[in-house]
Design a binder for this molecule. Structure first.
Ligand code: ZN
Length: 166
């Protein structure tokens, strides 16, 4: 298990557009494994490569249904809206209300560069949108309605209030 340092908002790497992955290399597979380790360690539900300082179009997500690896993800369809609390591992301790589609259909490649399609609603739809934004250098704070607010940083101290940090 290898953890990578999560970049915090203000770091210029989070403001840059990521490049496509053209070939799956051992180094890229190691990056994906490290991203999953880092996401689980930080108790997030998603992580994008720029958050660990790599400008490649790779995201990992787990909303409690197992790990999802998305290489070169493209959102194909969206439907409906949902407005709710959103946070980011690159801005610990804060959250804000963001409106996202309630349904997303996306196409991506897995860690073996096999193409697949994925449909998600609610939290999964939110996570896909949030992580794909990272690949464009967009932080969720630019989409927050109203002000950011403080949330409990140590989730384990607040067992009844589970914050979803993507
Ligand atoms: Zn994020």
């Amino acid at each position: 298990m290898a953890l990578r340092q999560i970049r915090i908002m203000g770091d210029k790497v989070l403001e840059k557009k990521c490049r496509e992955v053209t070939e799956m290399t051992p180094r890229m597979k190691e990056l994906i494994r490290d991203m999953l380790d880092t996401m689980y360690d930080a108790e997030g539900v998603g992580l994008a490569a720029p958050q660990v300082g790599v400008l490649r179009r790779i995201v990992v997500i787990d909303v409690g249904e197992g790990p999802i690896v998305m290489v070169n993800p493209v959102i194909l369809e969206t439907e409906g809206t949902q407005t709710g609390s959103e946070g980011c591992l690159s801005l610990p301790g804060q959250a804000g209300n963001v409106t996202r589609p309630n349904y997303v259909k996306a196409r991506a490649f897995d860690e073996n560069m096999e193409e697949y399609e994925l449909e998600g609603t609610e939290l999964l739809a939110r996570a896909i949108c949030h992580e794909c934004d990272h690949l464009e250098g967009i932080m969720y704070v630019s989409k927050v309605e109203g002000d950011l607010y403080e949330v409990e940083a140590e989730a384990e101290e607040e067992p009844y209030e589970e914050e979803e940090t993507v």
